[in-house]
Design a protein around this ligand. Structure first.
Ligand code: CO
Length: 215
């Protein structure tokens, strides 16, 4: 049997099991969703959000890309953010990075000539490295340099979220959502909190909007 067929077969078993446990499970989810969380994570196959936190379908709205970045010209991520905040009204946004992240490792290396598009995506991480170059370079071990940049990248993305009009408008109107920066250890299965930002936190003036309507 081909590997894709195995996936389809596993899906049949899963759906059957769900119905046995809860006959109304899919009926409930069919018409609406009201997730409390938006998760912005890395595409890495080892960091599957629902599995890590024991969540069920319907609980987490999600966006994933290489190295869990929030880039202001990425309409994919911003569309997900806008829908999550304006329509679903999520209470929490989690940006989750992970140690041993291939994207972060690649960003701390030379650019690969066979990955011209990916290089551009990683450029933002190289810039974050430059912001914290002294601290990162102070670690002797390469692994420690990678892992510190994993953490700093998460913190940077939380800042980046707070600089969007979507978050600033929502904070002015509703006080929410709360932004959480987490990191996951692929070697121990543990999630750790790195930073939290909410509507009462100061945003540097150059990133503030002059008129954020509060009506
Ligand atoms: Co990664």
């Amino acid at each position: 049997m081909q590997s894709c067929e195995i996936l389809l077969q596993k899906n049949k078993q899963w759906a059957k099991q769900k119905l046995e446990q809860d006959p109304d499970f899919f009926n409930r989810l069919a018409t609406t969703q009201s997730p409390e969380f938006l998760w912005i994570g890395c595409s890495d196959s080892r960091v599957s959000p629902e599995i890590l936190v024991g969540a069920e379908p319907g609980e987490i709205f999600m966006h994933r890309n290489i190295a869990n970045q929030v880039i202001h010209t990425d309409f994919n991520c911003l569309s997900v953010l806008q829908y999550a905040v304006s329509v679903l009204k999520v209470k929490h946004i989690i940006v989750c990075g992970h140690y041993n992240c291939g994207g972060i490792k690649a960003a701390l290396d030379k650019q690969r000539s066979d990955l011209l598009i990916t290089n551009k995506w990683l450029m933002h991480i190289k810039n974050t490295y430059r912001l914290h170059q002294e601290e990162i370079d102070s670690f002797e071990k390469e692994e420690d340099r990678h892992n510190r940049l994993v953490e700093l990248n998460v913190i940077e993305q939380i800042r980046s979220l707070s600089h969007t009009s979507i978050i600033q408008t929502s904070w002015a109107k509703n006080d929410g959502p709360v932004l959480h920066g987490w990191v996951y250890g692929v070697n121990d299965g543990q999630l750790r909190s790195l930073t939290t930002r909410q509507s009462t936190d100061e945003i540097h003036p150059i990133f503030q909007y002059r008129q954020v309507s509060a009506e």
